[in-house]
Design a protein around this ligand. Structure first.
Ligand code: FAD
Length: 282
């Protein structure tokens, strides 16, 4: 279908974008890579009068170090995140999760920030960002504020980013020398996750010293599983020990039911995938 007509603007500065967004009021929409927004417009699930394209604001793109943090600009394309040496070295889990997003064409257009603000429960990056203790930088009419990952994902397709705000960058404490894996279960290649598991670990003397585990598509928002993280501490890298420590990962979750699987099937998948993710990472 053809979207409802809208005014298109492509500002070159963040201030200009914020002014355009404020002027548009409730009828404004930010365009990043367009991989989710354009289909939404074509299906007429949204009909904004003003679309503000962030693609020409260079300051929103790029990956850099800042002390003991890695910083990813909101407009950085998935391909760049998936292949960047700083991400590989200090935020390996993000690289692994991003490598599983869609196909190469979408990874060259879609952006890190766009995927996180879109907050699809089957999207792969929210769980990875949660496991990495990411902090989100958001600007709006009142200035800049920061939101921790635990508070960023509010509900289905809903984040802490307000209608008149823009996500500018995501900062993650470096997890250098941590090992990671992202396990994603799909029926066909390049599909959204039926269930996904993000795992990153620090290993010392052959045992797990620290762990971060988060689940994709096991509820309306990504879920961090701190009970399992605690159970993994001190675990030897042995299949039986890891299976015992991760067995309760799906307890208390409320996964969706659809043609891909009912909640019990998804709970089973989460248990199997968590064990695999921890073993593969280790
Ligand atoms: C066929 C297909 C398969 C896909 N498969 C997967 C997959 O397997 N796993 C996965 O995780 N994702 C998948 N995606 C989604 C992909 O990751 C998109 O890149 C992502 O959902 C949206 O990013 P975008 O940059 O295209 O954002 P857009 O589509 O441009 O925007 C998405 C939403 O976020 C808002 N927004 C974007 N950036 C900002 C910002 N900086 N500040 C405030 N608001 C902002 C927009 O207003 C819009 O509401 C798939 C997409 C397609 C089309």
């Amino acid at each position: 279908m053809i979207p409802v007509a809208f005014d298109y603007s492509a500002p070159t500065t963040l201030d200009e974008a914020l002014t355009l967004l404020a002027d548009a009021g409730e009828d404004g929409k930010i365009l990043a890579g367009g991989q989710s927004l354009i289909p939404v417009l074509k299906l007429r699930l949204a009909a904004p009068h003003a679309v503000i394209d962030l693609g020409r604001i260079d300051a929103l793109r790029g990956i850099r170090e800042d002390g003991d943090h890695v910083v990813i600009g909101a407009m950085t394309q998935h391909h760049d995140v998936a292949t960047h040496p700083l991400v590989a070295e200090h935020a390996n889990l993000i690289a692994r999760a991003t490598q599983t997003v869609a196909d190469p064409q979408i990874r060259h257009r879609g952006t890190f920030g766009g995927a996180l603000v879109h907050a699809d429960p089957a999207g792969d990056l929210p769980a990875a960002a949660l496991a990495m203790d990411a902090v989100f930088h958001i600007v709006g009419p009142g200035g800049e504020r920061t939101v921790a990952a635990a508070d960023f994902f509010v509900d289905l397709f809903t984040t802490a980013v307000g209608d008149n705000e823009i996500l500018t960058e995501v900062r993650m404490p470096k997890k250098t020398a941590w090992v990671s894996d992202y396990q994603k279960f799909t029926r066909v290649a390049q599909q959204w996750s039926i269930v996904g598991v993000a795992a990153t670990l620090r290993i010392e003397n052959g045992r797990i010293a620290e762990a971060r585990i988060a689940l994709t598509n096991m509820g309306s928002v990504p879920i961090r599983v701190q009970a399992v993280e605690q159970a993994l501490i001190g675990c030897a890298i042995e299949e039986d020990a890891i299976a015992r420590a991760t067995a309760s990962v799906a307890d208390g979750t409320n996964p969706p039911s659809d043609l891909n699987g009912d909640p019990d099937y998804r709970r089973h998948l989460a248990t199997v995938l968590t064990r695999r993710a921890v073993l593969n990472a280790a």
